[in-house]
Design a protein around this ligand. Structure first.
Ligand SMILES: [Zn+2]
Length: 117
């Protein structure tokens, strides 16, 4: 993944274009993979490799409590891409904030010969 340092070298227009592409795909949350034993007699998982990975997505809801959801196999690729997109969007928004702040400061820099044509 691109670092913030790398992103700060990117132009504001390029950041906005990438943000526009990524924003519709973001998924907020943290992914966790678990492996389980099913408990069926004679299953390989009893003394061999467990079943998995099972993917779950967890996040803090508006009530402040953490919620976790099982991610079905068919959605795993999209959810993984969405969580990665969320993280990249966070970094890009941070860089955009820094760039905008620098622009505002630069625009207020006192000019020589102020008041003269
Ligand atoms: Zn099993």
């Amino acid at each position: 993944m691109s670092s913030v340092t790398h992103l700060s070298c990117t132009s504001r227009a390029a950041l906005l274009r990438r943000l526009n592409r990524l924003a519709p795909r973001v998924v907020f949350g943290t992914l966790a993979e678990t492996y389980r034993r099913c408990g069926r007699p004679g299953c390989h998982c009893a003394d061999g490799p467990k079943h998995g990975p099972h993917l779950s997505l967890s996040f803090r809801g508006p009530d402040g409590r953490t919620q976790a959801f099982y991610v079905p196999q068919a959605l795993q690729a999209e959810i993984r891409a969405g969580v990665a997109a969320w993280q990249e969007v966070q970094q890009m928004v941070r860089v955009l904030g820094d760039l905008h702040r620098e622009q505002l400061w630069a625009a207020r820099r006192p000019r020589r010969g102020r008041g003269r044509p």
